[in-house]
Design a protein around this ligand. Structure first.
Ligand SMILES: Cc1cc2nc3c(=O)[nH]c(=O)nc-3n(C[C@H](O)[C@H](O)[C@H](O)COP(=O)(O)OP(=O)(O)OC[C@H]3O[C@@H](n4cnc5c(N)ncnc54)[C@H](O)[C@@H]3O)c2cc1C
Length: 395
């Protein structure tokens, strides 16, 4: 019997994770990614509890640990740009923390041996037939697959082709996010610094590479149009942070040369269902929560559940997709609840709100509140229990 085929759209986090697990249950996997190569950017992502079990089951835990950020404390600056308080690193970095770009590369390398990766192309139309999905691409020749997985993020092309236009599902939360790397002119060493002005937040950290700083920006985005072209994104960030104090002018000097710039609105994605016929959505394409919503871990967990349920249902995709959705719906909702306040927390809109955020932050650095906070974040990360499926472990 020939192996069933699956097209996965998106080579971010969810896509290569799906490739790993779907290959394990016997699918021939093709991943199509619109970018010309892997996208390196993004801030650090952390894993805790159940999600660490998943990394171990995927066989990548040691590799992830090799690229661990090992972050120490975070210094929060006051409005006068002087240190106001220190937040212990453990508050944010979980059991193991890694830069998103390092994780994307590890997942790609882990799957490239058995998965066909097609970069620089995208799905343009999906037509379901009795025994598969006919797919047309912007550049490549049309092909037919048994199943299609939309793992192509907030601006998913598969979602648009199968479920309808993005505006029906994307809810903007009033903020934007950007990130890029810059030279480490501050001499930080596994530490980070956060600075705010009303409606603007900067966090800079030195992780694994001593000469690089990761610059993360969050900003109030009322009326902001988010461009797709990199040159326009650079111009947007430069304009929005032009008159910002502290080290901002120096950090922005690195913007023109940054090849890992990431800019987007902070948005959530809400759909009543994640599957339609032979097409299913995974990760941000289905349930984006925004920063603080445990989206990376959940996208990876979701990939394992999807493949596990397909194997358990013996390829009956309708049953499998229904069970996948039943297991993921609640944790996705928990993530979206947690993610809702990220913009207001990272870029409070007024001086008074910055001060009250800093008071909350200061409590975090006390042992009692720190442990309560850790319990809360652990609960969110563990909202979906890691469950083994016989077909996934029997290899
Ligand atoms: C470069 C980058 C940096 C990020 N940085 C942050 C960050 O700092 N903070 C944060 O909270 N979240 C960030 N994210 C989002 C974060 O990665 C996700 O929330 C989470 O990891 C879930 O992953 P995902 O695979 O579902 O989505 P993503 O990681 O967004 O991956 C989606 C992939 O699909 C590709 N794609 C998009 N449209 C199409 C299409 N039509 N056809 C084919 N491929 C397509 C994208 O290029 C991308 O590679 C970033 C995403 C990217 C791509």
């Amino acid at each position: 019997m020939t192996a069933k085929t699956v097209l996965v759209s998106g080579a971010g986090i969810a896509g290569p994770s799906a490739a790993h697990w779907l290959h394990r249950v016997g699918y021939r996997v093709t991943v199509v990614e619109t970018a010309p190569g892997l996208r390196p950017g993004g801030q650090a992502v952390d894993f805790r509890g159940e999600q660490v079990k998943l990394l171990a089951a995927m066989g990548i835990l040691d590799e992830v640990r090799r690229y661990e950020t090992a972050m120490g404390d975070q210094t929060v600056l006051g409005l006068d740009a002087r240190p106001a308080l220190t937040v212990p690193g453990a508050a944010w970095s979980g059991e193991v923390e890694i830069l998103r770009g390092d994780l994307a590369r590890i997942l790609y390398e882990h799957t490239a041996g058995h998965t066909e990766y097609v970069f620089g192309d995208r799905v343009t139309a999906l037509t379901e037939t009795a025994d598969g999905v006919e797919v047309t691409f912007r550049h490549g020749a049309p092909r037919k697959f048994d199943l299609v997985v939309g793992a192509d993020g907030v601006h998913s092309g598969v979602r648009a082709a199968a479920f309808g236009p993005e505006r029906d599902f994307r809810r903007d939360l009033g903020f934007g996010i950007a990130g890029f790397t810059a030279p480490n002119h501050l001499g930080l060493d596994h530490t980070s610094v956060m600075y705010n002005e009303p409606g603007r937040g900067l966090s800079v950290g030195s992780h694994r590479l001593p000469d690089r700083l990761h610059v993360g920006l969050v900003f109030a985005a009322d009326g902001v149009e988010f461009p797709r072209k990199t040159a326009d994104q650079r111009a947007l960030v430069a304009r929005l942070f032009a008159d910002t104090g502290w080290e901002t002018p120096k950090l922005l000097e690195a913007l023109p040369a940054a090849d890992d710039l990431y800019v987007d609105s902070i948005s959530q994605v809400h759909l009543d269902r994640w599957a339609k016929g032979r097409v299913v959505l995974l990760g941000d394409a289905a349930w984006c929560a925004g920063p603080g919503g445990s989206g990376t871990g959940l996208a990876m967990m979701g990939a394992q559940v999807l493949a596990g349920e397909l194997a358990a249902a013996d390829g009956d995709h309708a049953t499998a997709f229904a069970k996948y959705e039943a297991r993921l719906r609640k944790p996705a909702t928990v993530g979206q609840k947690n993610g809702k306040g990220a913009g207001n927390f990272l870029a409070p809109r007024t001086v008074a709100k910055i001060r009250s955020r800093n008071r909350a932050y200061r409590m975090l650095s006390t042992r009692l509140f720190g442990s309560i906070f850790l319990k809360m974040t652990d609960r969110a990360a563990n909202a979906l229990e890691y469950r083994e499926y016989p077909a996934l472990t029997a290899v």
